[in-house]
Design a protein around this ligand. Sequence first.
Ligand code: ATP
Ligand code: MG
Length: 422
Amino acid sequence: MVKAVRGMRDILPNQARRWDLVEQTLTRVLQQHAYEAIRLPLLEFTELFARGVGEATDIVEKEMYTLADRDGDSLSLRPEGTASSVRMLQEYGLLYNQTQRVYYAGPMFRYEKPQKGRYRQFYQIGAEAYGFVGPDIDAELIGLAWACWQALGIESMVNLEINTLGSSEARQRYRKALVDFLTPKSEQLDEDSRRRLTTNPMRILDSKNPATQALLNEAPKLPDFVDAQSLEHYAGLKQLLAAMQIPYRENPNLVRGLDYYTHTVFEWVTQDLGSQGAVCAGGRYDGLVERLGGRSTPGVGFAIGLDRVVLLHELAQANVEAEDRSADVYLCVTHPECNGAALVVANSLRAALPTLRVRQHMGGGNLKKQLKKADASGAVVAILIDDESLDQQTLTIKHLRDAGLGQETVTFEAGIARLQQH
Ligand code: ATP
Ligand code: MG
């Protein structure tokens, strides 16, 4: 037997029900905020991510699935959605003289060490807004994520952390100060951090290594380098979060792994998933569009890690799997010749009762056996199709969950009205 590739997830039917529920809930919240759906390709030129995510990031350095196309082009499976969304909007002139609020959803690919909450194919839902400079849109996006947690009933399990990186000049100044401070002490750093000192020094702030963290206590602090205009933006954001009554914690060490962030960065973190603590991450990336070859355009957005949100939802509401009904109505036939009639009646029922799941018995067998299957399906009623059902436009309904109701033969219309009550 060929097995699944390590880290590529299978979502089984009983899990998919929860996934559907979570995705539908998040999509509804995004639409309520008037964000518009876009769909992005799974494959892009590798160069898009090298430029858009940054050469010195973990993602581009060691996590991408890169392959040569048959004509020799270097392509990569998308590790995230922001670079693609900028590429697409730019390519169709949709960033020029206009604003955009969009969202995307789907699988992303990163070559990481698989564990609970961390996979090589994982799922994100991301929202992006382009063309807005003020902190109001930052606040709207954070509020949008908050509305998602509330809609899923997991708001008590996540905490918001925010920070500002300042303008890109301020960020550069800080970067230099940090490198100047750490370079003479580099032998005290953990191995990853030592490597980052030359590639992506601000990522060192993220290090979990205690010795590195101790050293960082003495290091120059990012907030001391942030420019006045950024601080004003940040103050504006904090005021709006307070107005929306969204609790947050300022974390001066929050820098995010991607190169392109400026000003606001934020993360929603949880204590409930071990070391896979981040469930949503985002911020402002005013330099990104230009970096990808477009005109300078402000941008801000976030990506929700769906796999981790589904795990939290499982902790918060265990009962979705317990509900194992796979059908609401189960059609049986009294004779094999009635199969054709049953197919027709099943479709009439689906048309009349679009929210119910109508399953038809397949593979024959006596009525007793069919009713056993009907019972196992979790259906509330079985419909028994006989010679007369189609001609007479009647439905014979057998109530499976309430023995007192027994069995009745009624007109199609009366039957529909009956089924609507379920
Ligand atoms: P982490 O620090 O957990 O690796 P990240 O900073 O690499 O996260 P982002 O690139 O910001 O993650 O992606 C946004 C969200 O996508 C994360 O907060 C997380 O919920 C989710 N995510 C990222 N990588 C994975 C993965 N390999 N498996 C499952 N979810 C992931
Ligand atoms: Mg990562």
